[in-house]
Design a protein around this ligand. Structure first.
Ligand code: ATP
Length: 284
């Protein structure tokens, strides 16, 4: 039997009032008291359950159902968002996954309300949507780099909460994951990108410029946690210095979200007996 959590991540990692990013241990494995190899086995097992639940979700969507799950991934550069997509979403049928990455807005996007491009990317019924970065960039990078003044980004927290409530009420379960990497670990990961020719493609000199603003990013993330970890869409603060732990945790969060929809298999919209008789009546 695969080893299990002492406290599931839905509880152990949920951001509640009083959460303090500055003192969080980002190499810790809250709720998990076993080894990395035990975690690999657990993730594979969770992946099987997630896969089964996702197939029911997909079937639900194909028969007109409106429920969906949205995984929002945020994190500093090198935090491991790509690894989560590969190792956790890689466990389910790609047909059921809608992945969107949000980079610097285009000129057209900049002329629209900041939530517009997000609304357009919401998952269809039956899907697992994944946002690699999200509307939170509009209160993170935008705030830190003073792209717009405080009077513009400050009201966005309330707007985001109202938006997420609306999305939830329309049938989408939102799972917000902040992958939290320490400054020391980020440095080591950036260094590795400079040491290995197979990693050069991942290196962006701009990442070092953003790194200088570390403290301001930490403040901006803290404000995100304080203002937007709501009952309808809580944040999960995932310590990510150990990549294996982050993947294990997100795998379980996603499994719980999809299984939590409690979807059965869709009922047939045809007469099963009559169809069977018709099939059997054919000579070949
Ligand atoms: P990543 O760093 O996520 O691996 P990347 O380096 O491949 O991605 P892109 O996906 O092209 O780069 O863009 C990501 C960049 O876009 C990040 O630096 C992010 O802060 C920035 N960005 C995302 N949303 C916004 C926004 N609303 N306003 C300004 N910048 C944004």
């Amino acid at each position: 039997m695969a080893k299990s959590w002492s406290t599931p991540p839905g509880e152990a990692l949920r951001v509640v009032p009083g959460f303090d990013l500055a003192t969080a241990d980002l190499a810790a494995t809250p709720g998990w008291e076993h080894s990395e190899s035990a975690a690999d086995k657990r993730l594979r097992k969770d992946g099987e359950h997630l896969g089964e639940a996702q197939e029911r979700l997909f079937a639900h969507g194909r028969t007109g159902g409106k429920r969906s799950v949205l995984l929002v991934l945020q994190g500093m550069d090198t935090a491991g968002k790509g690894g989560i997509v590969r190792h956790v979403l890689g466990l389910v049928d790609p047909q059921g996954v809608e992945l969107h990455s949000f980079g610097v807005p285009t000129e057209k996007e900049r002329s629209q309300p900041f939530l517009q491009r997000i609304r357009e990317a919401l998952p269809d019924g039956g899907r697992i949507g994944v946002f690699d970065r999200s509307h939170y960039e509009d209160v993170l990078v935008v705030r830190v780099n003073e792209v717009v003044p405080r009077e513009v980004w400050e009201p966005r927290f309330d707007e985001i909460n109202a938006f997420e409530r609306e999305v939830t009420e329309s049938g989408t379960v939102i799972v917000k994951v902040a992958l939290l990497v320490s400054a020391a670990e980020q440095k080591a990961r950036l260094r590795e990108r400079l040491e290995r020719p197979d990693k050069y493609w991942k290196y962006n000199p701009g990442d070092v410029d953003e790194r200088v603003k570390w403290t301001r990013y930490q403040e901006a993330y803290q404000a995100v946690f304080d203002r937007t970890s709501t009952d309808v869409a809580p944040w999960y603060a995932v310590p990510a210095d150990n990549k294996w732990f982050a993947r294990l945790a997100v795998g379980r969060l996603l499994r719980d979200a999809v299984e939590g929809l409690h979807l059965g298999w869709p009922a047939p919209d045809f007469d099963v007996e009559a169809e069977m008789a018709r099939l059997d009546a054919q000579p070949f």
